[in-house]
Design a protein around this ligand. Structure first.
Ligand code: ACO
Length: 324
């Protein structure tokens, strides 16, 4: 029996506290103008003291379940993408599982930094296609504020905290570009570029959490090339043109990356969902947050063709073609 997966609901959560650019300009040598011109970011949400990735993930998961009208008991797989777990172990996914009151099925984290949600979606989609699960909760959740060096102006202005989630249901029949569901996913990684974007700590190297370090210009160049490449790969694998895509839902790193990628793909910028001004870069949470925002405000409608894409530390990058 062939199967495919359908996204039956989505949800998101943002911490209550909003930090405007001006507030950062009071702490490091930066300005609202510089941040907006170079990144498009105006504000970001920052988790409250004691509020963890698991809290954000659970709130987004609950919103997705409500949006889908599905009871938690139906879930038999939870895949959570994060680079900022509550603990080195156990996986944050298992803590979300416990909060949902579930003791059946499997729950685990995937770690692909900013591409994490695309990786988690691909993993869950493949579990469902293989017949190994029926209803999957896929979450991207991060508290990057906890791994930022708040004295480094070149990185601390770029990130925010948040979470987004989707609920996938298995349905009969192979994926088909004309039918609702996840049509295909495409993943890549290249570990040679670790030094361009990494955290300078970890349990096995320094026994500390460490801080995010980034060579921004290098990341920028690779991002545009890799993202345009993987979007084209998804389009040609399904024999469709960019003109047939209704919405691009990209990882929200920087407005200039969104614009440059759209230009390279000859895509109408009006069809690219952008939330970077209000959320900044929320790593694995950014794609499902952007998705939930555009579904919530009515831009994304059932039946439309979406391409989700992301690139992050590793480097890792990927895309998913979805008929909403
Ligand atoms: N405020 C004011 N000045 C700053 C700031 C700041 N916050 N940060 C850096 N500068 C200064 C630099 O020190 C430098 O000064 P100098 O010329 O005196 O040395 C100057 O601004 C230019 O710095 P650049 O790094 O060359 O600036 P650039 O135009 O490349 O913009 C940025 C930096 C925004 C980080 C850009 O490279 C970028 O967006 N890169 C992509 C990185 C990214 O988004 N990563 C996210 C994770 S990966 C991903 O999600 C895809």
């Amino acid at each position: 029996m062939a199967y495919h997966s359908v996204i039956v609901g989505c949800g998101s959560y943002l911490p209550a506290r909003v930090v405007e650019n001006q507030e950062l300009a009071a702490k490091v040598d930066t300005s609202d103008e510089w941040i907006i011109e170079r990144t498009g970011i105006r504000r970001r949400h920052i988790a409250a003291e004691g509020e963890t990735t698991c809290d954000l993930a659970y709130a987004a998961a609950s919103a997705a379940l409500q949006n889908a009208g599905v009871k938690p008991e139906a879930i038999d797989l939870i895949v959570l993408a994060t680079a900022t777990p509550d603990h080195t172990f156990p996986a944050t996914a298992t803590q979300v599982q416990a909060r949902l009151g579930l003791t059946h099925g499997a729950a685990f984290d995937v770690h692909a930094v900013c591409s994490g949600f695309i990786y988690a979606l691909a993993v869950a989609d493949n579990f469902l296609k293989a017949g190994q699960a029926k209803t999957a909760l896929v979450i991207g959740a991060e508290t990057f504020s906890r791994i930022l060096d708040w004295k480094d102006r070149s990185t601390c202005v770029l990130f925010g905290d948040g979470a987004g989630a989707v609920l996938l249901e298995r349905q009969d029949g192979a994926p088909d570009v004309r039918s609702q569901g996840v049509i295909s996913t495409h993943l890549h990684s290249d570990g040679r570029y670790k030094d361009h974007l990494f955290v300078d700590g970890g349990p096995s190297s320094t026994q500390s959490t460490g801080y995010l370090r980034m060579a921004g210009k290098e990341v920028f160049k690779h991002a545009v090339t890799n993202l345009a490449g993987v979007v084209n790969e998804a389009l040609s694998a399904n024999n469709i043109s960019a003109a047939e895509v209704d919405w691009v839902v990209p990882h929200q790193a920087n407005q200039r990356i969104l614009d440059a990628t759209a230009r390279k793909l000859q895509l109408d910028p009006g069809r690219v969902i952008s939330t970077v001004a209000n959320h900044a870069n929320t790593s694995a949470a950014s794609v499902p947050l952007a998705l939930a925002t555009a579904v919530g405000d009515g831009r994304i409608q059932r039946g439309q063709l979406l391409i989700l894409e992301a690139m992050g530390g590793g480097f890792t990058w990927g895309a998913g073609l979805v008929r909403w």
